[in-house]
Design a protein. Structure first.
Ligand code: SDX
Length: 355
């Protein structure tokens, strides 16, 4: 078992979950990465089969939950609906107050399994469609796309969605993981800790950036406009969404993979428009901020993932909740670690200047 949930080298642009490099992890199914994060090692073939079977069997949500989603005001984005429903659904979990490792593992599997179903159900009802039951035969990524679109996704879309969930799954003590961890450190239940993470991830400086990137790409509209758009943002000292990172002072290794995936999608769909527009924005930002001003502002995890959602016709309202679908495994891994420590997290105010 690797005690080290996540390793980041912000100068070299290296990311590992439990000592396995992200470039290796994206070759695996999400279920295997989720198992790795939570149990601390990769599953054997039989262990993965059993774990996937349990996850896929727990994807369904009951009628009461569907009725609550139907009552959600659909002007709120999917993250607000997700936060609401995870809170509501916790009352149905017989293990809610069972803080034993076995009880927590049962809750973990239910949470990882139902987050995509809640998001997809919300999305379809927000668009006047009836929800679709999950398909236990499909992977995490393929099942999510099936539930939102109503048809089996093409293999490349399913592959890209699966890799998105893996690339979003864990990132050490980012703001939302820290929130989850603080909640778990008080020995509060796992549902409450996940709700803390959801509330924090929602912010535009954190998980909300993906939706902002999609809106920004609409505004830029073409590669020819990138120069003017970026120079205006810089002159107004406005932050460019999808760029910069507190830890990475070089290219975010997840951004490298997302860029490759977005180019693969663009080529497969015979439409380079969004990819070339995004690349033009990247080239101006790097030239102006990195090369001219020496500021290490590179694309982060949210820039090319926003491009991918454009090609997969996923609306901005779903972007952050897709991040949450991947990240819930990381939050849970950190909560389990916190439950083992049995020690409340209580920083001092003077530390805030260093955060
Ligand atoms: C995520 O922590 C994690 O691991 C998070 C995450 C994860 O997996 O959980 O990686 C996910 O949240 C990625 C980040 C998504 N957010 C965005 O893309 C929003 C845009 N980015 C910025 O808000 C910013 O880069 C942050 C919040 C990501 C990081 O900010 P920092 O480290 O606090 O940097 P800063 O705000 O102190 O800025 C330092 C300088 C400033 O210039 P000066 O005042 O020194 O002249 O860099 C500039 C900033 O203006 N800068 C940017 C910029 N980001 C920083 N300038 C233009 N565009 C940007 N995006």
């Amino acid at each position: 078992m690797s005690k080290n949930i996540c390793f980041i080298d912000g100068l070299e642009g290296v990311l590992k979950y439990r000592e396995v490099d992200i470039n290796e992890l994206v070759k695996l199914p999400y279920d295997a990465v989720s198992y790795l994060l939570i149990r601390g090692r990769l599953p054997g073939e039989q262990e993965l089969a059993e774990y996937s079977a349990r996850l896929h069997a727990e994807r369904r949500i009951n009628k009461e939950v569907i009725d609550v989603i139907r009552m959600c005001n659909f002007n709120i984005d999917a993250m607000a609906a997700l936060r609401t429903v995870i809170s509501f659904i916790s009352q149905f979990d017989p293990d809610l107050n069972d803080s034993s490792p076995e009880g927590n593992m049962r809750k973990a599997i239910r949470l990882i399994a139902i987050v995509p179903t809640i998001v997809a159900t919300y999305y379809r009802m927000a668009n006047g469609k009836e929800p679709l039951p999950p398909d236990p035969s499909l992977s995490h990524g393929a099942n999510f796309l099936y539930m939102i679109k109503g048809s089996k996704p093409d293999p490349l879309d399913a592959e890209v969605m699966e890799k998105d969930f893996i690339l979003s799954a864990e990132h050490e003590l980012n703001a939302s993981t820290f929130s989850s961890r603080v909640t778990a450190s008080t020995m509060s239940d796992l549902y409450s800790a996940v709700v803390s993470g959801l509330c924090t991830l929602k912010g535009p400086l954190h998980g909300g950036a993906r939706a902002e990137v999609m809106t920004m790409l609409d505004e830029v509209a073409s590669p020819e406009n990138a120069e003017k758009f970026v120079l205006e943002k810089i002159s107004q000292r406005e932050k460019i969404m999808g760029f910069g990172h507190r830890v990475y002072k070089t290219y975010d290794p997840r951004g490298v993979i997302f860029k490759q995936l977005s180019k693969k999608l663009a080529e497969s769909k015979g439409d380079m428009h969004w990819y070339t527009t995004a690349e033009a924005v990247e080239n101006v930002v790097v030239r102006e901020l990195v090369e001219k001003r020496g500021k290490p502002i590179y694309p982060n995890v949210d820039f090319y993932s926003g491009v991918i959602y454009k090609y997969m016709e996923i609306p901005p309202q779903l972007a952050t909740s897709i991040f949450a679908i991947g990240r819930v495994s990381g939050w849970i891994a950190h909560c389990f670690d916190q439950y083992e420590r049995k020690k409340i997290i209580r920083p001092r105010a003077f530390m805030l200047d260093e955060c």
